[in-house]
Design a protein around this ligand. Structure first.
Ligand SMILES: NC(=O)c1ccc[n+]([C@@H]2O[C@H](COP(=O)([O-])OP(=O)(O)OC[C@H]3O[C@@H](n4cnc5c(N)ncnc54)[C@H](OP(=O)(O)O)[C@@H]3O)[C@@H](O)[C@H]2O)c1
Length: 300
C-alpha cells in the first residue's frame, strides 16, 4: 500500500511517500481504507524523535494517530460496525497516514461533517471528552480553557457549552472571532490572565482545562483555587508539583460516539485550518510544527 513513512527521526523532510506492508484488523479492531487523516502535535513530536525515550517507534514508522475512512476488514469480536461503514477514529500511537489503517476506537461519521472534519475529530475529541469527564458536571458552571482555539480546546469548549457551562477561552487575538462564533468568551493568553478572567467572570471560575503548550498551570490553579477542578492534557511535571490531574487520551469508542452525537446535533464541528494531499506531507508537518492550525491530509 501507499504510505507516508520515516526511516529516521528528524525534521519534516524525513517523511517520504512509499510502498509499505498492509496492516490487518486483529481482535477488537477494524481496518479502514483511509480517506483522510489529520496531524496532531504528538505526530510531530514522535517524528522529531522528542519522545523516543518514552515511546520508541519501530522504524520505518508511519505517522498519524487518527483517520476517517470506509471499513474494509472487521476483526474478531467486533459487532458494532461492518464492511462498508464510514467511520472516524483512532489507531495506535502511529500508523494512520496510509492507504489502509487499523482503528482500535471508532464511531460513525455524523451527516453534517465533511471528510476533513471527521479526520480532525479523533484524538482532539477523545482528549477533550476525557478531560471534561474528569471535571464532573459543568451545568451552570464557568469553565476556563487555556488553548480554546486549538483542536482539543475547541472540542472541549463545544462539549462544555453543550453541557450547560459558560466558557471563557484563551487564544491569539486573530482567533477571537472563531471563539465568539462558538459561544466562548475570548481572551488572550499570557501575563495578566487572572485580571482579564476576573473581568469576564466576576463571580469566579469553577474549573479549568489546560490544553495549550504554555506554562500557565499555576495561574489556572490560582484562578480556580482547587486542584481537583483543574486538569491538564500536557504538563505532567506541573500536575505532579501542583497536585492536580494530567489526563491522557483514551482509545475509547464511547468518547468518539459522544463527539459524533454532538456533531449530529450541530453542537460540535471539528476545527480544520488546512487541507493538503498526501504528497504534501512535508508541508503538512511543517505547518503543524509552526502551530499554524489544524492540518488534514486527504488521500488522492
Ligand atoms: N495528553 C494527551 O493525550 C493529549 C492528546 C492530544 C493533545 N495533547 C496536547 O494538547 C495540546 C493541544 O493540542 P491541540 O491538538 O489542540 O493543538 P493545537 O490545535 O495546535 O492548539 C494549540 C492551542 O494552544 C494555544 N497556544 C499556542 N501557544 C500558546 C502559548 N504560548 N500560550 C498559551 N496558549 C498557546 C493555541 O492558541 P492560538 O493558536 O490561538 O495561538 C491553541 O489554542 C498539545 O500540546 C498536545 O500535545 C495531549
Amino acid at each position: 500500500m501507499r504510505a507516508v513513512r520515516f526511516h529516521s527521526y528528524g525534521t519534516p523532510d524525513v517523511l517520504v511517500v512509499e510502498d509499505a506492508p498492509e496492516p490487518h484488523a486483529g481482535g477488537g479492531s477494524v481496518r479502514i481504507r483511509v480517506h483522510a487523516t489529520s496531524v496532531n502535535p504528538i505526530d510531530v513530536l514522535l517524528r522529531a524523535g522528542h519522545l523516543v525515550q518514552f515511546l520508541p517507534l519501530p522504524l520505518p514508522a508511519i505517522p498519524g494517530r487518527d483517520a476517517v475512512g470506509i471499513v474494509d476488514e472487521v476483526g474478531p469480536d467486533v459487532t458494532d460496525t461492518q464492511v462498508g461503514d464510514v467511520v472516524f477514529g483512532l489507531g495506535g500511537i502511529s500508523d494512520t497516514t496510509a492507504e489502509f489503517a487499523v482503528l482500535t476506537a471508532w464511531s460513525s461519521v455524523p451527516p453534517g461533517w465533511s471528510t476533513a472534519e471527521a479526520a480532525a475529530a479523533g484524538l482532539a475529541s477523545a482528549t477533550a471528552a476525557g478531560a471534561l469527564e474528569a471535571l464532573g458536571d459543568l451545568d451552570g458552571r464557568t469553565l476556563l480553557i487555556e488553548g480554546a482555539s486549538g483542536a482539543v480546546g475547541s472540542a472541549a469548549a463545544a462539549f462544555a457549552l453543550a453541557a450547560g457551562a459558560t466558557v471563557i477561552g484563551t487564544g491569539r487575538e486573530s482567533n477571537h472571532p472563531y471563539l465568539e462564533a462558538l459561544g466562548v468568551l475570548p481572551t488572550v493568553y499570557g501575563p495578566g490572565l487572572a485580571e482579564r478572567v476576573g473581568i469576564l467572570a466576576p463571580r469566579g471560575v469553577d474549573a479549568a482545562l489546560h490544553s495549550a503548550p504554555s506554562s500557565s498551570l499555576p495561574d489556572l490553579l490560582g484562578i480556580v483555587g482547587d486542584p481537583s477542578r483543574v486538569v491538564t492534557v500536557i504538563d505532567d511535571q506541573g500536575a505532579a508539583r501542583l497536585g492536580l490531574r494530567k489526563i491522557d487520551a483514551r482509545n475509547d469508542s464511547t468518547l468518539l460516539r459522544y463527539a459524533a452525537a454532538l456533531g449530529q446535533e450541530g453542537l460540535y464541528t471539528p476545527r480544520v485550518d488546512h487541507e493538503l494531499s498526501l504528497v504534501d506531507i512535508v508541508t503538512a508537518h511543517t505547518l503543524a510544527e509552526e502551530g499554524s492550525g489544524k492540518v488534514v491530509i486527504t488521500q488522492p
